[in-house]
Design a binder for this molecule. Structure first.
Ligand SMILES: *Cc1c(COP(=O)(O)O)cnc(C)c1O
Length: 228
């Protein structure tokens, strides 16, 4: 089977499940994969792609169609913000006020508005970035005061699991948090987006209210090396 058929079969299988939920969108996570793979999915009509490294996203941004919606899903260092504030459609990984303030500063310089999600480490794993469930609401309140940074919802990376049901409680908790925050009607804060679910557990995440699922392996196949 050639590469085109392979990606087509994979992405159709995943997207057929995603489109059963009218509010949900598939983000094809293309990290480590060549621009030619993205072009194949693009030609099939897909526009949302996820990258976790700033440099890689910028390189692909240069060579691929400009109507792609680039989702930055990996940890973002403050010194790299300047490269992507005007390129990312949505930054999923904002987990500190310091990072949000840097985004604000760079957004002003480039005269853009930046949409972000607040990353929550729902499972409280030591190995993961993200604010805690307990601190998330205060962080949202602080970030909401930054005029060029717009919170659109929450994101979480659930633990690696053998059975996707093991992660259901984490998805439920993120959904509940978004409902609680939405009820506060904070200026400049929307809770319309819930980014949760990856190749192993996206069906469960959809059942629990995901509006974005981030699927890499399930669309483009195994990566040669393992990076988060
Ligand atoms: C790599 C990555 C994904 C996709 O992982 P798969 O298991 O390959 O689907 C999703 N979210 C984040 C934040 C990632 O880094």
């Amino acid at each position: 089977m050639d590469r085109k058929e392979e990606i087509y079969e994979n992405i159709k299988l995943v997207n057929d499940k995603v489109i059963m939920y009218t509010n949900a969108t598939l983000i094809a996570v293309s990290k480590t994969k060549p621009a030619s793979d993205i072009q194949i999915a693009y030609d099939l009509g897909f526009r949302d792609f996820g990258e976790n490294k700033v440099q890689e996203m910028c390189d692909k941004y240069e060579v691929l169609p400009k109507d792609i919606r680039w989702h930055l899903i990996g940890h973002l260092q403050t010194n790299k913000v300047k490269y992507i504030v005007d390129k990312a459609y949505l930054i999923h990984s904002v987990d500190s006020l310091k990072l949000a303030e840097t985004i604000e500063k760079e957004a002003v310089k480039k005269n853009v508005d930046v949409n972000i999600l607040v990353e929550v480490n729902v499972a409280a794993e030591d190995s993961k970035f993200g604010t805690t469930l307990e601190e998330a609401t205060d962080l949202v309140l602080e970030i909401s005061k930054l005029p060029h940074v717009h919170i659109k919802g929450l994101m979480t990376i659930a633990p690696i699991c053998e059975n996707p049901n093991e992660n259901r409680s984490y998805f439920k908790k993120l959904k509940q948090l978004s409902v609680d925050i939405a009820a506060k009607n904070i200026d400049n804060v929307s809770m319309e987006c819930l980014s949760m679910g990856m190749s192993g557990d996206y069906t469960v995440a959809l059942e629990e209210g995901a509006t974005y699922v981030r699927v890499g392996t399930g669309v483009f196949g195994q990566r040669n090396y393992n990076i988060n």
